[in-house]
Design a binder for this molecule. Structure first.
Ligand code: 5GP
Length: 188
């Protein structure tokens, strides 16, 4: 799982890691938020009405879900399990609430927190994105403080000051996680 405040670069880092790791696939989350300019349904998210989201949640089909910035986001359990059964690793780009619930339900997952080099840098990135309204930017910045407070509960911290370095760090974590004794025949 890759978490971190909005605007820290999760999808850029995730995309680069995915491009270099054949055995890794990205989970496409469900969301009730309206698509942003450039968002493609089925690729970036599966955009669903609130009623549909609630139906999936009530029937226990979500591995995790959270309300972030006033919208619902969630991961469909069957999709993740299907990929794992094929022998693939699954990358989840989710918020800290989701990260915590997945860790509880799947203790063998690895939580990576992506930190911005500074708060100013984060604000610059959010404003530079220019796809969000001002009120959304303000809300995302306020949320960032809560997200940063959760970083200490993560398994790994990676600072996104240099993109190549950051991608190499995440790939290093993936490599080490794949070599855990518990995942080998010696681990039982
Ligand atoms: P955005 O609307 O900017 O794409 O995402 C807002 C936040 O929702 C980000 O922190 C992102 O990681 C989080 N998010 C995206 N998908 C999921 C999901 O399936 N579950 C949870 N818990 N958070 C998600």
């Amino acid at each position: 799982m890759l978490s971190g405040p909005s605007g820290v670069g999760k999808s850029t880092v995730g995309d680069r890691v995915l491009a270099r790791e054949a055995g890794l696939v990205r989970s496409v989350s469900l969301t009730t938020r309206p698509p942003r300019r450039g968002d493609v349904d089925g690729r970036d998210y599966r955009f669903v009405p609130v009623a549909r989201f609630e139906e999936l949640r009530e029937s226990g089909r979500l591995l995790e879900w959270a309300e972030v910035h006033g919208h619902l986001y969630g991961t469909e359990a069957a999709w993740v399990d299907g990929r794992l059964a094929e022998g693939k690793d699954v990358l989840l780009e989710i918020d800290v609430q989701g990260g915590m619930s997945v860790k509880e339900r799947r203790p063998d997952s690895a939580l990576v927190f992506l930190l911005p080099p500074s708060r100013d840098d984060l604000e610059r990135r959010l404003r530079g994105r220019a796809t969000d309204r001002e009120e959304d930017v303000v809300r995302r910045l306020a949320n960032a403080s809560a997200e940063l407070a959760a970083a200490s509960r993560y398994d790994y911290i990676v600072v996104n000051d240099d993109l190549d370095r950051c991608v190499a760090d995440v790939r290093g974590i993936l490599a080490a996680e794949r070599l855990r004794t518990s995942r080998t025949s010696l681990g039982g």
